[in-house]
Design a protein around this ligand. Structure first.
Ligand SMILES: [Zn+2]
Length: 250
């Protein structure tokens, strides 16, 4: 299915005319093992030239995933919490690292996550923490640098460069999945409008254009429409002002 990309194309043309560049990155969450969907993600990353930061859930991750990533420079492992387990009360929004549990227990899980990921991926690992459901309490964030993390990634444009001293915030900004509805592709026109507004905010100085602009995907649940939208937007951004950004490795 084709969508009307003209609002975004017009914005991208303005970026080009102004000689601006957009640091662009891609995060994909919930990997634990190789799968046909991971093959498809890898192929799309290679095809578009945009590396993927794969947020791997440490506890259930299998060594076969490390073997799969080894030698695939375009797939960069980052730490996705510990077990993707909700610790909030039933009526609260889900979180593994929220205020619903003792900070000490949360930080122990974050430490366990980093240790397990180092065992699996060695030097390939980036010291980025991606809390499940994109939620984390400020007190837990503040403890992450002492464990060895230097980046935190959640969702929505950052309001400050650091989430805590020594912890750079590199968020994601566009998620094509309609999580609360069909769990298929969200309204494409709304997504295109959202990306256009976010880029305009950066061009006009209302948002921080030093923060890499992040696409957030979940390869295990994509249908064809989500894959196609992802390909379309990455291709457009890369052809325009997008310059691939990747985390420094350990
Ligand atoms: Zn997740």
């Amino acid at each position: 299915m084709t969508h009307d990309w003209s609002p975004l194309d017009a914005e991208l043309a303005l970026w080009k005319r102004a000689g601006l560049t957009l640091p662009l990155w891609w995060r994909d969450d919930d990997a634990t093992a190789p799968s046909p969907a991971l093959d498809r993600l890898n192929d799309l990353s290679v095809e578009t030239g945009l590396p993927v930061h794969l947020a791997v859930v440490p506890e259930p991750a299998v060594p076969e995933l490390a073997a799969y990533l080894s030698g695939r420079e375009n797939l960069i492992p980052v730490v996705h919490g510990w077990a993707h387990r909700n610790h909030q009360k039933p009526d609260a929004k889900k979180s593994e690292f929220g205020a619903g549990r003792p900070v000490k227990a949360a930080l122990e899980d974050a430490q366990r996550g980093l240790a397990r990921m180092c065992d699996l991926f060695g030097d390939d690992l980036s010291s980025m923490f991606v809390p499940p459901w994109n939620r984390i309490s400020d007190t837990v964030s503040a403890g992450l640098p002492l464990l060895g993390y230097n980046m935190l990634s959640t969702f929505t444009p950052r309001k400050a460069q650091e989430a805590a001293p020594g912890l750079t915030r590199i968020n994601t900004h566009l998620d094509p999945i309609d999580w609360r509805g069909t769990r298929g592709l969200a309204d494409p026109d709304a997504l295109i409008a959202q990306a256009t507004t976010q880029l305009r905010d950066r061009r006009d100085g209302r948002a921080d254009n030093h923060e890499p602009y992040g696409l957030l995907t979940h390869h295990l649940v994509h249908d064809d429409a989500i894959w196609q939208f992802t390909r379309d937007i990455v291709t457009r951004l890369i052809k325009g002002p997008g310059v691939p950004w990747t985390t420094p490795r350990q």
